[in-house]
Design a protein around this ligand. Structure first.
Ligand code: GDP
Length: 316
């Protein structure tokens, strides 16, 4: 395809949020593919919530492609504790970046969200068209509403301006550069850290939140990065596209697997006063599969890789 994403590795690509779990994996992937002109800004260099700064950045840099992976993210606890941050920061970041990208001649943009955009009791596996068919899971509706607005903004700009903005909605992600905060992170890094610390300290038990019965699907972030490149190259459509592994585990099974990978030998204790969140969240990724993309990294291999990264990079 002439003039496609992969046809010119010298094109300027702005990866917004390049230090996060998703953005850093995308940067690794693009560098591996030979992209030589990545445009990256730390939060200190460019605050994406400041509209005039974002506008000035696009006017000066004029990137050709934009991968929008910058967001305020967090787990079930962080979402309930900081609802104002989750809705306002995300709305500001995405509105500023999408609008400035359009105004300054970006050829194509991908907006990334998450599976929590879907109704709490959506049909499983969740197809793209389940969006906005029923109420959201209340524990993360602030984040979800912002992400839904981002999808709609891409659609609106496609329709009104005939501009190539697409959206990808990944399932629960994990991998290097994740947030391993004990309270505010997602389940997988939180458990990895807790098991690791318990092993190091010789603790006999580790507390895990909820009942262990919710089902979750996990995708290694390197698989997501591969899918993002694939979508930038092959997809141009109004609907957002689910990006999942198609494999789900209970939180109990996940906890057992993380325990094994970390090598903790004590007991699990379930704290059922903590919320379970949505009971099941499996995405229907058949649209993406139909386009020709499938994930490659198993949960066990991905956990090993992530634990290795944790050991090498997180202050013990
Ligand atoms: P969610 O997928 O949006 O619900 O976000 P989380 O990753 O925060 O939580 C997923 C599930 O893991 C929920 O059922 C939590 O109750 C459960 N869980 C168990 N232990 C933990 C933990 O230490 N931290 C978090 N965030 N969730 C945990």
């Amino acid at each position: 395809m002439a003039d496609s994403f992969l046809s010119d590795k010298s094109a300027k690509v702005f990866v917004a949020g390049h230090r996060g779990l998703v953005g850093s994996a995308i940067v690794r992937r693009l560098r591996h593919l030979g992209f030589a002109n990545l445009v990256l800004r730390t939060h200190a260099e460019l605050d994406l919530t400041r509209q005039s700064d974002v506008e000035a950045f696009f006017a000066t840099e004029k990137p050709r492609f934009v991968i929008l992976a910058a967001a305020k993210v967090g787990g079930i606890h962080a979402n309930s504790t900081y609802p104002a941050d989750f809705i306002s920061i995300n709305l500001q970041i995405q509105t500023n970046v999408i609008d400035s990208a359009y105004k300054h001649g970006v050829k194509k943009l991908i907006f990334l969200g998450s599976s929590c955009i879907y109704p709490k009791f959506a049909p499983q596996p969740i197809p793209e068209d389940a969006l906005l068919t029923a109420p959201l899971e209340p524990t993360n509706e602030w984040y979800a509403i912002a992400k839904i607005a981002g999808i709609k903004m891409c659609q609106a700009y496609r329709i009104q301006y005939v501009w190539d903005a697409i959206s990808g909605m990944p399932t629960n992600l994990y991998g290097p550069c994740d947030n391993f905060h004990p309270e505010n992170s997602h389940v997988l890094p939180a458990l990895m850290r807790r098991f690791h610390e318990a092993k190091v300290n010789g603790a006999k038990e580790v507390v895990v939140w909820g009942t262990g019965s919710p089902l979750r699907e996990f995708l290694h972030v390197d698989d997501l990065a591969d899918a993002v490149v694939f979508l930038m190259e092959k997809y141009s459509g109004l609907s957002h596209v689910n990006v999942g592994s198609g494999k789900e585990v209970t939180i109990k099974e996940l906890a057992e697997l993380v325990k094994e990978v970390v090598g903790f030998e004590g007991e699990l204790v379930w704290n059922s006063s903590k919320p379970d969140g949505t009971p099941r969240k499996l995405m229907d990724s058949s649209k993406l599969a139909g386009l020709g993309w499938t994930p490659k990294i198993s949960l066990r291999d991905g956990l090993r890789d992530t634990y290795q990264w944790y050991l090498e990079n997180v202050k013990q």
